[in-house]
Design a protein around this ligand. Structure first.
Ligand code: ADP
Ligand code: LRH
Length: 485
């Protein structure tokens, strides 16, 4: 058939991009038109996103896309949990708070005590993380909530600015801690118990929903005409998981690697067992009614903040870190002390090693190596936990996202997990976003989404380098993950 063109806007916590995707005969070509930095803005003792600055970058990217010709559709995805509040006139009320804002200090603890952990987890199946939307709303000033007519998650807010629709797309709704993964609706009893006005929460729509046409002001600004706004899987991690280049073989897990390392499996249904809760696992919505059963691991955030502190040449740093010997100190990267921004991040890493009686990394390469070793170790532990919770062996690990460019972390992850790591695509989120739009427009034919990803991406495999790190699995009668060096 004739090629169609779609624009994906991917806003990550550390950077954003606008890309043009061309789809033809089960093949996707992606061209990134515009990249821009993103991050928290410290203001008035809090931390916010520069949402208007991001919107300006989006408009600029759309203008570049418009210069290339006809664009069938556009869709936005972003990081999860954060939102804007609109008043009755559709005006944004104040700013968009950052999920690492100190306004959340102590709030989750209070809400957990008030509502009870059982009630919260049974209703939502979401990992207890201090920034879930449930807790953020508890930190709102009552006046701001009273003035608000509707809450829109960040991608939904941008869709509203693009086309005027007020809807919440399902995958991102599922990150809020206000969503029931079994009913697929808001967790109304919990919403009521938390004192959140029901009317704040818009109706939930599926990924692939046509939200309408561009508003006249956006058409004027960008030069795009005839372009539809189609919701992708608006949670960046959902789009990334949709673009994991796995076949139909089963037995695989993924790491969506960027600011966070989202480590999980795709499950046909939510898992809200005691085992899942004890592991503090998240059940987020994926494409086609699947569940992303995963865990938030602190991720490359720790390295990003070290980098900010040092202002160093990172290629050289990684090379020096790779030359260090194995068996160095490791710490728990999910310790809450690493959540907040700060140029004292290297000191926090050192303190964590010191407190556990290990050698304290001193130089930047030693510290980076220590962080990567710790992430790899943590990913391995989460995989073992996921196997135990689901009863399904994990033989292969797919790593997608910006972090999949890090050869050192990929190799350390293969070594720590004892599984082959298949790295790429780097722009999985953009790809997932584009393919959902293309499919919604009827431009993918019957092609399986992940087959298109595989056909269109270059992947790299990392093999565990030392002996069989894992024991033979009971019951399967075979050794899995054994690698001949
Ligand atoms: P997010 O969507 O959370 O902003 P990305 O998926 O864009 O994150 O990934 C950004 C991360 O990718 C950075 O923190 C950086 O550590 C990592 N990264 C990017 N390029 C490289 C590279 N060449 N080598 C190693 N890591 C890289
Ligand atoms: C990754 C991500 C992750 C969320 C976090 C807030 O960008 O969306 O899935 O938990 O940001």
């Amino acid at each position: 058939g004739a090629p169609t063109r779609h624009v994906a806007i991917d806003l990550g916590a550390s950077s954003g991009r606008v890309a043009l995707g061309t789809v033809q005969d089960g093949w996707l070509e992606v061209e990134v038109l515009h990249r821009f930095p993103n991050g928290g803005v410290p203001v008035s003792g809090g931390l916010q996103w520069d949402i208007l600055g991001l919107w300006r970058e989006v408009l600029h990217g759309l203008t570049l896309a418009g210069q290339r010709g006809v664009v069938a559709s556009v869709g936005v995805n972003s990081w999860a949990v954060d939102y804007g509040l609109l008043d009755a006139h559709g005006e944004l009320l104040g700013g968009v708070h950052h999920y690492r804002s100190p306004r959340l200090d102590g709030v989750m603890e209070r809400v957990r005590t008030d509502l009870g952990d059982d009630a919260i987890y049974e209703a939502t199946g979401i990992q207890f993380l201090p920034f879930n939307t449930l807790y953020q709303l508890a930190a709102e000033r009552p006046e701001r909530l009273a003035e608000a007519e509707v809450l829109l998650m960040v991608p939904d807010l941008l869709h509203f600015w693009l086309c005027g629709a007020k809807a919440t797309e399902r995958t991102n709704a599922s990150t809020t801690g206000l969503y029931d993964p079994r009913t697929g609706d808001w967790a109304w009893a919990l919403v009521d118990a938390a004192g959140i006005p029901r009317a704040l929460l818009p109706h939930i729509v599926e990924p692939g929903t046509d939200l309408g046409e561009l508003r006249p002001d956006v058409v004027r600004e960008t030069g795009l005409t005839g372009t539809r706004v189609i919701a992708p899987a608006t949670h960046d991690t959902a789009s990334a998981v949709a673009a994991v280049p796995a076949g139909e073989e089963g037995g695989w897990a993924y790491v969506s690697s960027g600011t966070w390392s989202l480590v999980g499996v795709e499950s046909p249904r939510p898992v809200l067992t005691d085992a899942a809760r004890n592991m503090n696992l998240t059940n987020e919505a994926g494409l086609g009614g699947t569940t992303r059963l995963l865990k938030n691991v602190m991720g490359l955030w720790i390295v990003q903040e070290c980098r900010r502190a040092w202002n160093a040449d990172f290629a050289a740093l990684y090379a020096d870190a790779a030359a260090l010997s194995t068996g160095g100190p490791v710490f728990d990267p999910d310790d809450a002390r690493f959540l907040a921004p700060g140029t004292d991040m290297p000191a926090r890493v050192q303190a964590a090693c010191r407190e556990t009686g290990q050698p304290v990394p001193q130089t930047p390469p030693e510290i980076v190596r220590c962080v990567l070793d710790s992430l790899a170790r943590r990913i391995a532990d989460v995989l073992d936990g996921l196997e135990a919770v689901t009863g399904t062996p994990i033989d292969t690990l797919y790593v997608v996202g910006g972090g999949s460019q890090g050869d050192l972390l990929n190799q350390l992850t293969a070594d720590a997990t004892g599984r082959p790591v298949i790295a790429g695509p780097v722009e999985a989120t953009l790809i997932g976003n584009l393919l959902v739009q293309a499919r919604a427009g009827g431009h993918l034919g019957g092609a399986r989404l992940r087959d298109v990803v595989r056909a269109s991406s270059e992947l790299q495999t990392f093999t565990p380098s030392s002996g069989p790190a894992r024991a033979p699995r009971a019951g399967t009668g075979q050794t899995v993950g054994e690698v001949i060096p």
